[in-house]
Write a protein that binds this ligand. Structure first.
Ligand code: ZN
Length: 340
């Protein structure tokens, strides 16, 4: 009887601590009110991961975005893949002159070009430095944004190192992957964190299922002292392929983004079924036309991030509570949906 009572007390105490933990970390932080340039009511852009991109599957999508008046961010690879057995590593790079000419044309029309690592596949420092220089020669400046790719060993703060809270690192290792990444590890042959620190302003970390990122992470973009080679982090809304993008950009969600005066940077792969069987996905076309009819600020990711960083008061670092809250939400969404 005594043992049973003690067990009950311990269980109740544990449940109470868990509830307090959840309330403390999951209670939404204050939501900032933001005004946008030219009286626009919200900000929206697309950050396109270049996996599988070739001229044939991305050009019709970009021509459509251009017609709508949207200016978005497209990542590129500099070098050809050294491991095309991984499906995600396939796609064009700056080694293809016709592809490069089109990307330069997009840049001249106001689209932002960003880096997706040196290539689809691992690259060592000795290859990354010339690739970084080739990027600058091609586009006239170093990339403002870098996005880690899949399982490239040269990714920075990737895998379990996405997290700051140590128990979550262990949980990630146990549940998803124990692969290590070395882009931020000085002395490693994959290290290039110093280039990112010196020349790149923004790196993306988590993707979330909310269309309004300000509700998830009011303080972005932010510096994380635990990850000093990245100047500023930002997060994105999950739209990995055309199907997820279409789920994100429903009329209800777009109306809410406008009502809330929110910010949405969708992370996607525009080469994944947006243009298929010689036509653009009809639902995507409909959603984008509706979105473009709104009073949104449709500029590339760096322009939105610079604006948020330079026109808002306050610290550009996160509190422990906000940082941990982000990590809890992302882990939960990854378990439920498999977020990026
Ligand atoms: Zn990728």
């Amino acid at each position: 009887m005594q043992i049973k009572l003690t067990f009950k007390k311990i269980s109740l105490s544990f449940a109470a601590i868990l509830i307090l933990f959840c309330v403390y970390f999951l209670y939404p932080p204050a939501y900032p009110e933001i005004t946008f340039p030219d009286g626009k009511k919200f900000a929206f852009t697309i950050v396109d991961d270049t996996d599988n991109a070739i001229l044939e599957n991305i050009k019709p999508v970009y021509e459509f975005l251009d017609e709508l008046g949207l200016r978005t961010t497209k990542t590129v690879w500099v070098l050809p893949s050294n491991d095309t057995s991984q499906w995600a590593n396939r796609g064009a790079c700056l080694c293809d002159s016709a592809y490069t000419a089109y990307i330069l044309d997009l840049q001249s029309r106001g689209f932002e070009i960003a880096l997706h690592g040196a290539r689809g596949g691992d690259s060592k420092r000795g290859e990354i430095i010339p690739a970084f220089e080739k990027y600058k020669e091609t586009f006239g400046a170093y990339p403002n944004i870098h996005i880690n790719h899949a399982v490239n060993t040269d990714n920075l703060y990737w895998g379990e190192d996405k997290f700051s809270f140590y128990p979550f690192k262990l949980l990630y290792r146990w549940m998803f992957s124990n692969k290590k990444y070395y882009g931020h590890v000085p002395g490693s042959e994959y290290f290039w964190g110093d280039l990112v620190r010196d020349y790149v302003t923004y790196v993306v970390n988590f993707s979330f299922y909310d269309i309004n990122l300000l509700k998830i992470n009011p303080s972005f973009p932010y510096f994380n002292p635990d990850k000093p080679y990245v100047n500023y982090w930002f997060h994105s809304s999950e739209g990995a392929d055309v199907y997820r993008m279409n789920e994100l950009l429903t009329k209800e969600n777009v109306d809410r983004l406008e009502e809330e005066g929110g910010v949405c940077l969708v992370y996607t792969h525009l080469a994944r079924d947006f243009y298929k069987d010689d036509s653009l996905n009809a639902t995507f076309r409909k959603h984008m036309k509706y979105l473009a009819s709104k009073e949104g600020w449709f500029v590339p990711a760096s322009e939105i991030l610079d604006y948020l960083r330079l026109h808002r008061e306050g610290e550009r670092t996160l509190s422990f509570r906000e940082k941990t809250r982000l990590e809890i939400i992302w882990l939960y969404e990854k378990l439920i949906h498999g977020s990026s």
